[in-house]
Design a protein around this ligand. Structure first.
Ligand code: 5GP
Ligand code: ZN
Length: 117
């Protein structure tokens, strides 16, 4: 069911602590942790604690929670003192999504080309 933890989900396991992560922020509804394979000096993932498979599902199933995630991306950018940064929600395999638990990438600390390719 939407929002319920999934046994086979890596990010649900980070939420429940059974897989370790370098957590930089946590709220009642979200966790922010460093990406294991950083693509920029700052590369933090912000996730809802509840399982929703991608950003589209999160927005449709729990819009308030989607707002929490977005607010946290801003908090991460502030904490990391990022002047310019990029928030990315890869949505679907063709866009590079590999983990099927909604997550926002916060990328910064270097120049970021646009369009991204
Ligand atoms: P996606 O490709 O789905 O948009 O992003 C998934 C991200 O999760 C990738 O950037 C990948 O490096 C990161 N990732 C995959 N496995 C782990 C892990 O075990 N721990 C952490 N911290 N990040 C992970
Ligand atoms: Zn999950």
């Amino acid at each position: 069911m939407a929002g319920e933890p999934q046994d086979d989900c890596l990010f649900c396991k980070i939420v429940d602590g059974s897989i370790p992560a370098t957590i930089v922020r946590e709220t009642e509804t979200t966790v922010a942790f460093r990406d294991i394979n950083p693509q920029a000096p700052t590369h933090v993932l912000v996730i809802p604690k509840a399982h929703h498979k991608d950003a589209a599902a999160l927005a449709a199933e729990a819009p308030g929670l989607a707002a929490d995630v977005l607010r946290e991306t801003q908090a991460v950018a502030d904490e990391e003192q990022l002047e310019s940064y990029r928030i990315v929600f890869n949505t679907g395999g063709g866009a590079g999504q590999t983990v099927w638990h909604a997550h926002a990438h916060v990328l910064g600390g270097r120049g970021l080309a646009w369009p991204p390719g």
